[in-house]
Ligand binder design. Structure first.
Ligand SMILES: C[S@@+](CC[C@H](N)C(=O)[O-])C[C@H]1O[C@@H](n2cnc3c(N)ncnc32)[C@H](O)[C@@H]1O
Length: 382
């Protein structure tokens, strides 16, 4: 029970961290570099954003004219509906409005809309945002927010990680364009990976050096990642952007060496010394332990690290599946019995136990069955 509470608290905290302006700017610029008109005439919805201080709202409001937006809608989730309870204090911005409502402030979500010049300065910017309380609490799954989703062309946010699957399904069922932040772990979800295979979703441009820094609500209780007291930010190593909007990096093929060149010049000693790529025992594929060791001249299936996805160019490779327990992608050539798993454990560790060989790719090294880390299965495009 205690464990469940702890897990719930951790998940709730994981939902409360806030994206920095430069990260949003850098990501959106990557789409604009590829197509300067990508946002022109579009309605953008930011559905999990506290508009008074979300950097998503700030960025899109400040750049409304530059992007050529038709309309910006930003909605927030009611403080009392949040799983992670924190002391709530309405902002001066809200309390100074004649329609401020102390109860609604806690139990209702808010909506901010930017569409036209309200202040009369002949510019549309953050000063022209207009807000009101939502009818409900702003849950993206509510009828009220679904309606806004249907009105939007593009959905951009850092959604609650605990609801990531649901959030993606919510976008997909409406067939919208999107740019969202998620954990890299999501790629292995059975609801997410098929979208990557079918090129209905891909990784965005990404955070600088793969490190994402977020602001958190209570630095002493941050859930994951490493807190830096100097910056007041938490570093997450495995966050990425997911999108279905094109950007240039996605179409840059990896520069690779042939198999023979790898055996001679690879920077990895084991590739140079072994002079062969090992074949899995349970997939008709070879094991490639590093993305930069993918040979350019192999036509069969290859198991590559998950980090390959960040370099995936759909014109160069085809994504076929991943090594996983359930064989969702029908690529397994062998399923191990529980006896075989027990035998492998005994052989490897010299004591009784079970080695879950079906959960990943398996290699035979010196007569011993060895599992490898998470692998994606890819093939060169002909
Ligand atoms: C990861 S935070 C990101 C906030 C903001 N998008 C940003 O990046 O600065 C996700 C936010 O979604 C809110 N949230 C949680 N469940 C929600 C739901 N069902 N509908 C809408 N928002 C929700 C959380 O309270 C949290 O504020």
């Amino acid at each position: 029970m205690a464990n469940t509470n702890l897990a719930n608290a951790k998940t709730a905290k994981n939902d409360e961290f806030y994206t920095q302006y430069p990260d949003i700017q850098k990501e959106i610029n990557a789409y604009l570099d590829y197509d300067p008109n990508v946002f022109r005439g579009k309605t953008v919805l930011l559905p999990c954003d506290d508009p008074e201080w979300s950097n998503f709202t700030k960025f899109f409001a400040q750049n409304f004219e530059l992007l050529g937006l038709k309309k910006l809608i930003s909605t927030s989730y009611a403080p009392e509906s949040k799983k992670y309870k924190m002391p709530y204090q309405p902002t001066l911005f809200e309390t100074s409005q004649p329609y401020f409502d102390n109860d609604k402030s806690k139990t209702h979500g808010k909506i901010f809309v930017l569409e036209r010049d309200v202040t009369g300065d002949n510019r549309i910017n953050i000063e022209d945002l207009q807000w009101q309380y939502l009818e409900g609490d702003g849950d993206f799954r509510s009828k009220e927010i679904r309606k806004l989703r249907d009105e939007a062309d593009i959905i951009v946010t850092n959604p609650p990680f605990s609801l990531f699957r649901e959030f993606v399904a919510w976008i997909m069922e409406a067939g919208k364009q999107f740019v969202i932040i998620g954990t890299m772990n999501a790629i292995s979800y059975k609801e997410i990976f098929p979208l990557l295979i079918n090129n209905k979703m891909w990784l965005g441009n990404g955070f600088h050096n793969g490190n994402a820094y977020f602001r958190v609500v209570n630095e002493r209780e941050y859930a994951e990642g490493v807190y830096d007291a100097e910056t007041g930010l938490v570093k997450f190593r495995n966050c990425c952007w997911f999108t279905n909007i094109d950007h240039g990096r996605r179409h840059q093929p990896l520069k690779l060496m042939t198999m023979a060149e790898n055996f001679k010049h690879s920077k990895h000693k084991e590739i140079r010394e072994r002079k062969k790529y090992l074949h899995y025992e349970n997939y008709d594929a070879i094991e490639i332990p590093y993305t930069d060791a993918i040979p350019s001249d192999y036509d069969g299936v290859m198991g590559v690290p998950a980090s390959f996805l960040d370099k995936y160019c759909p014109e160069q490779f085809e994504l076929l599946g991943m090594c996983e327990n359930l064989d969702l992608y029908s690529l397994k050539t062998k399923v191990y019995s529980s006896n075989e798993c027990k035998e492998a454990y005994l052989k490897k560790f010299g004591k009784k136990g079970t080695y879950d060989l079906n959960a990943s790719g398996v290699l035979k090294i010196d007569g011993q069955l060895e599992k490898v880390y998470q692998r994606l299965l890819i093939r060169k495009k002909q």
